[in-house]
Ligand binder design. Structure first.
Ligand code: MN
Length: 274
C-alpha cells in the first residue's frame, strides 16, 4: 500500500494515509462530520460530499452539467469540499482533481438509515464506496440503522469504520465492505453476512396536480424478503453489526453456458448479416 505524505496543516505523524470521505446525505449530515473527525486521527482526511441530500441516486454520474466545487471550512485539519453532484461524482473528482496526491482509501457514510440487500444498488452511500473500489482502492460504506440527527449516535459506527480502515489499509488486494450498525448503540456483536433481498411495497402514490394532470410520487416502504440466517438484514434485525464484503462482477457464470446454446440459432436468424 502506498503511503502518502501528510496533508497541509496536519501534524507530522508516522504512517500517514490519504482518506477520501463522502456520503449521500450531504455535507451537513451529522454522520459525515463524526466520521471525518474519527478518521482524522488515522491520516489526512479529504471530505468531498454532495451539497444536498442525494440519497437513492445509486451510481449516477453528472455528465451534462458542470460540476461546481465549493471549499468548506471545517477546521480540525480536515479539508472539505461540496459538489453539486452525486456521491460517485464526489469520489471521481476527489481522486482525480481535488486530492493533493494519490488516495489510499475511500469511506462513505455514516449514512442516516440502513443500506441492506438489494438496496445497495440504489444507495448513493454504497455507490460512493463502489466508485473508490472500481478505481482500485479499498473502500467502505457505513450506515446506521437510525434516522437520528444526534451526532453522538454516529460515534460507534465511525469508530468501527476507523478500525476497519486500518485493517483494509494493511491488505495487499483492495476490498469493498458494506457495513450496517444498529441504531441504538447496543450491538450484540458482529456478523459477516451476505446481501439479503429487499423490495418496496405500495411504491407509487397516484395524485393529481392543480391542472388535473396525473403524477406519481415514489413512496412505500422497504420490505425484507430474505431474512434467513446469514443475511445482512437478519443480522441487523437480531441486533448485530453486519459486515458484507461486496464485489462488482455481475456476470451470471452459470447462465453463460445456457445462453451459449442459443448462439447458433440467434446468428442464423440474422442471416449472419448483423
Ligand atoms: Mn443517505
Amino acid at each position: 500500500m502506498t503511503r502518502s505524505q501528510p496533508g497541509p496543516g496536519l501534524a507530522q505523524g508516522g504512517d500517514w494515509v490519504r482518506i477520501l470521505v463522502t456520503n449521500d446525505d450531504g455535507i451537513q449530515a451529522p454522520g459525515l462530520r463524526v466520521l471525518a473527525r474519527e478518521l482524522a486521527g488515522l491520516g489526512s482526511v479529504l471530505v468531498v460530499a454532495p451539497d444536498r441530500e442525494r440519497s437513492g441516486t445509486g451510481h449516477g454520474i453528472t455528465v451534462h452539467t458542470p460540476l461546481r466545487v465549493t471549499p468548506v471550512d471545517w477546521g480540525e485539519g480536515i479539508q472539505a469540499f461540496t459538489l453539486n453532484g452525486t456521491p460517485a461524482d464526489c469520489v471521481k473528482l476527489g481522486i482525480d482533481a481535488l486530492a493533493d496526491g494519490p488516495c489510499d482509501l475511500v469511506i462513505s457514510g455514516v449514512n442516516r438509515g440502513p443500506n441492506l440487500g438489494t438496496d445497495v444498488l440504489y444507495s448513493g452511500t454504497v455507490s460512493g464506496a463502489v466508485e473508490g473500489y472500481l478505481q482500485g482502492l479499498p473502500a467502505l460504506a457505513v450506515s446506521l440503522d437510525s434516522f437520528t440527527s444526534r451526532e453522538e449516535a454516529y460515534v460507534p459506527a465511525a469508530r468501527l469504520a476507523r478500525n476497519l480502515a486500518e485493517k483494509l489499509l494493511g491488505l495487499e488486494a483492495p476490498l469493498l465492505l458494506n457495513v450496517n450498525v444498529p441504531g441504538d448503540g447496543q450491538a450484540r456483536g458482529i456478523q459477516i453476512t451476505r446481501l439479503g433481498v429487499r423490495k418496496y411495497r405500495n411504491v407509487f402514490d397516484r395524485r393529481e396536480d392543480p391542472r388535473g394532470r396525473t403524477y406519481y410520487w415514489l413512496a412505500g416502504e422497504a420490505v425484507d424478503l430474505d431474512l434467513s440466517p446469514g443475511t445482512d438484514a437478519r443480522a441487523l434485525q437480531d441486533g448485530y453489526i453486519s459486515i458484507t464484503p461486496l464485489r462488482f462482477d455481475l456476470t451470471d457464470r452459470d447462465a453463460m453456458a445456457q445462453i451459449r446454446s442459443w448462439e447458433g440459432e440467434l446468428w442464423t436468424s440474422l442471416d449472419g448479416k448483423a
